[in-house]
Design a protein around this ligand. Structure first.
Ligand SMILES: Nc1ncnc2c1ncn2[C@@H]1O[C@H](COP(=O)(O)OP(=O)(O)OP(=O)(O)O)[C@@H](O)[C@H]1O
Length: 854
């Protein structure tokens, strides 16, 4: 404070000259006194003086005040409430909830698990999703931070969130007790103020934000490899458990705060389902949506492998591989970039084939598979005009931002880091060939041929072995039937909760006692489908005794049942008054309906009248009621999944709500049900051929790369990578070589592109930095200005330092993040985390001020 007020060398308040414009009231603060400060707390002086002014006026304000007035006492109770939830007006649930059914949180709001009396003190909001808010909370008891997902106070969200609890509990406890498979840990769950709260380990930035912090330039191949390996471990676990994540995307993969740098974890199992209970057809975020889901074909864990392939490509390229502005656009991009189309057996069976394809063979040919057996398909993708004629609306098409329209050219022509030595370019080009081969096995149209996590994990791109020829995967290990595989060994709750045929296995009074839920009431219900008796197929529990009977939950003395259209797997049974439901037949099943009006049970007036959701899909991903659809549950077909159980599907009334409530960071980026999904987020900066020709015509010629071993799919024309925007473009020249520390291994593929004018890139188009402001709906320059400019400008430098560059060299226009390094300092990592939060503020502006409180 020495620069704020002169010291007179005494600690007494001094009369101020009349000419002074402002002075603190004498009784409150005395002017700053260096002597007083020194005599009081010399260590404080040191700390305060060295801290930046902003820190002293924010984070250190209490100390600053105390320096000015030793009598000053800080009292938290006197603080005005600082709301973290928006809107913060309480209109539902006795004023606890806002209009969106979100619990209105403020800093230091306390969530209590009434069972254990554990208190979770809200400190910040980490994110929003379809299901509610995720808050960073402090547990005084353990002196640790956790992430608590506070689910909206609506029955459908409530119930679907229980699926997340069940699946994660099972994955954590049964399949990954040692936490080695990169799946987020669930610690606790409870109901507070009619909100289901799920407590997770606290994680850090997600991969989308990481890419964004790097200005949408790709990460180095070593990091891509590092992340790929970990995601595959997670997917292998899911496959073993027979679980489909259904919403794998960069946003749902988070860096860990743990000491192990570069560790990531998969989150958000709110859309997950069991492989043998694939109920919904409208799943996966659009950019990461598999062809079989898009076409309405039956699906398996292979859809996560497709998403994984899209993620790997995006990590490398910095941009989504298939940023379809609509499903038509998505399919068009897949076909163009991959050079093929879904196999005929899928097209023949899929529900939506006629929306995107026309049949060009005779019915007889199709039926008898004569055409599909040959090289020519019986189906041809509709042109834009044909689609419009059929659907009576123009398909939404996004602009191209890769100047190459095939996978090989896109990857091969991605700019190399500047100043990379020639030998490193050659080495990296080899790894890129491995990457292409790897991606080919993942973004494979045929789900039956798509590699499993096990097969993919043996690929040279992942193992780091030299890549010499196209990879032939080892045979897949036999699949253990899900029903056998998913039994849990203990039932502390005395039964099972069964929205997903799963058991939360967490006992307790307030353990989401469904029968006590404000959202449900029991009514007799007769289900048409008979799936056998209680305790039959798919139970997670020992099929003995009442407590382990199929679909039960809570104490064995309390069984209710509620209906889910998937058959017994959707039955949540609770027997009031010790009425045993053991061995109940379908006609004994009951359905729980929601009170549709105020009933003293705390149902939000806005909640509507929802039937409980069956398992397995995010509310954001349900098929709109007008077009309820279900993946065919009939015969699995020759390549179909082996699961015998495929239930009927009802759509969800949530779809419209979800569309409105989508607060995802990339809310226009291909999310199912997204209200603005027709808008192309890249429309302003996505590159277009500068000469007005079709992108496929502007392919340049890479002298260097053309000498590399060619891949079976590679284009002979090495095409041009180009990202273009407005006038602020810079030429994307040939990436010259720069030696980086530790460049002897995969980690050497750190790329900073620089224009050098080397021959093979001289035809390159224009490269410019994509600006999130051009497409990110939540971005604003004002928000940017609110931050400390130096913090912002240093993001990429600090991030790359934090990730182990060991160099302060900034990333240039096409630079790429470097590999992780053990020399990375914790300070840098902290800095990175701070920067990451700043980055996230750009998108979620209204939380900016919260983020500054670090
Ligand atoms: N364990 C965690 N640690 C830190 N942040 C987290 C954690 N879990 C979630 N978040 C943050 O909260 C955001 C929303 O979480 P999540 O994806 O689980 O919610 P959701 O409602 O299921 O979202 P979606 O709409 O994608 O289905 C995440 O993108 C992430 O930024």
């Amino acid at each position: 404070m020495d620069e704020l007020s002169p010291s007179n060398g005494t600690d007494q308040p001094q009369p101020q000259p009349k000419t002074s414009l402002w002075c603190p009231r004498q009784l409150v603060f005395s002017p700053y006194s260096r002597l007083a400060e020194a005599s009081n707390k010399s260590h404080t002086l040191r700390v305060v003086v060295r801290r930046p002014l902003v820190a002293r006026l924010t984070k250190d304000i209490v100390e600053t005040y105390q320096i000015c007035n030793s009598q000053f006492k800080y009292s938290e109770e006197l603080n005005p409430k600082r709301y973290l939830t928006s809107p913060s007006t309480g209109v539902l649930n006795d004023g606890y909830d806002n209009v969106n059914s979100d619990l209105i949180l403020n800093v230091n709001y306390v969530l209590v698990n009434s069972d254990t009396q554990r208190r979770y003190i809200v400190k910040d909001v980490l994110g929003h999703g379809t299901f509610g808010q995720v808050a960073k909370c402090w547990i005084p008891e353990t002196s640790s931070f956790v992430a608590v997902k506070i689910i909206k106070n609506q029955p459908a969200y409530y119930q679907q969130a229980l699926v997340e609890v069940s699946i994660l509990t099972m994955l954590n406890k049964k399949y990954d007790p040692e936490d080695k498979h990169h799946i987020v840990r669930i610690f606790d769950y409870f109901v507070y103020q009619r909100h289901l709260c799920i407590c997770f380990e606290l994680l850090d930035t997600n991969l989308y934000e990481l890419i964004k912090l790097n200005h949408f330039r790709g990460l180095s191949l070593s990091i891509v490899q590092l992340f790929s390996k970990q995601i595959l471990r997670g997917l292998a676990l899911l496959k073993d458990a027979g679980i489909i994540h259904c919403d794998l995307k960069p946003e749902n993969i988070l860096l860990c705060t743990s000491v192990k740098r570069g560790e990531i974890k998969i989150i958000d199992f709110g859309s997950a389902c069991m492989e043998d209970r694939t109920v919904y057809s409208y799943i996966q975020s659009r950019y990461y949506r598999s062809p079989e889901v898009l076409l309405g074909y039956q699906y398996t864990t292979a859809i996560d492998m497709w998403s994984f392939g899209c993620i790997v490509a995006e990590l490398f390229l910095g941009l989504p591989l298939f940023p379809g502005a609509s499903e038509f656009d998505l399919l068009r991009r897949m076909i163009e970039i991959l050079g093929g189309q879904p196999p005929d057996y899928v097209l023949k069976e899929a529900k939506n084939t006629s929306k995107f394809f026309k049949c060009i063979a005779s019915i007889h040919d199709v039926e008898n598979r004569e055409v599909s057996a040959g090289s020519k398909s019986a189906y041809q993708a509709l042109t834009e005009e044909e689609y419009e004629a059929r659907e009576l609306k123009k398909p939404s098409l996004g602009k191209e931002y890769f100047n190459h329209m095939n996978l090989e050219a896109i990857v091969n022509n991605y700019p190399y880091r500047k100043n990379l030595p020639k030998e490193d370019i050659i080495r990296e080009s080899q790894i890129r060939l491995a990457l292409i081969d790897f991606l080919r096995g993942l973004v494979e149209f045929d789900p039956a041929k798509r590699w499993s996590p096990f097969q993919a994990s043996k690929h040279p791109f992942v193992t780091g072995e030299p890549f010499t020829c196209p990879y032939i995967p080892p045979p897949e290990t036999p699949h253990v039937p899900v029903a056998q595989n998913m039994r849990v060994d203990h039932h502390p709750g005395g039964g099972h909760w069964f929205a997903a045929g799963l058991s939360p296995n967490i006992p307790g009074r307030n353990r989401v006692a469904v029968h006590n839920s404000p959202h449900f009431q029991v009514v007799p219900y007769s289900h048409a489908n008979s799936y056998g008796s209680v305790g039959s197929y798919g139970s997670y529990n020992d099929s003995t005794g009442l407590g382990s009977s199929y679909g039960s939950y809570g104490d064995t003395s309390n069984m209710f049942a509620y209906y889910s259209p998937v058959g017994p797997s959707g039955m949540n049974m609770h027997a009031p008054g010790n009425v045993s439901m053991l061995g109940s037949s379908p006609d004994a099943r009951r359905r729980i309906i929601q009170y549709s009006h105020g009933n003293g049970l705390g149902v939000s007036p806005s909640a509507g009248n929802f039937a409980p959701l069956p398992l397995g899909a995010s509310p954001s991903q349900y098929t709109p009621p007008s077009s309820y659809s279900q993946v065919s549950t009939g015969s699995p077909g020759q390549y179909g999944p082996t699961s015998p159980a495929r239930g009927n599907c009802h759509g969800s009334p949530l779809s419209k709500m979800a569309a409105v409530s989508q607060l995802n960071r990339r809310k226009n980026w291909g999310y199912p049900g997204g209200a603005q999904s027709q808008e192309n987020p890249f429309s302003h900066w996505i590159g277009q051929p500068t000469d007005g020709t079709n992108s496929s015509q502007v392919e340049g010629n890479s002298q260097l790369l053309s000498s590399f071993p060619s891949h079976q799919h590679s284009s002979s024309n090495a095409a041009t990578w180009k990202q273009q925007r407005g006038g602020s473009s810079i030429p994307a020249g040939y990436s010259a070589i720069q030696n980086m520390p530790g460049s002897s291994s995969l980690g050497s593929n750190i790329q900073y592109s620089q224009i050098t004018g080397m021959s093979h890139d001289k035809h390159e188009g224009i490269l410019s930095l994509p600006d999130p402001g051009d497409w990110d709906p939540n971005y604003s320059d004002e928000l940017l200005l609110q931050e400390d400019a130096s913090d912002v400008s240093c993001i990429t430098t600090e991030l790359s330092k934090a990730m182990g560059l060991g160099s302060a060299e900034p990333l240039d226009g096409s630079g790429r993040l470097n590999h992780w390094s053990s020399t990375n300092s914790n300070m840098n990592f902290q800095r990175m985390k701070f920067c990451a939060r700043v980055g996230s503020c750009f998108e979620r502006g209204r939380f900016l001020h919260h983020r500054l409180e670090f």
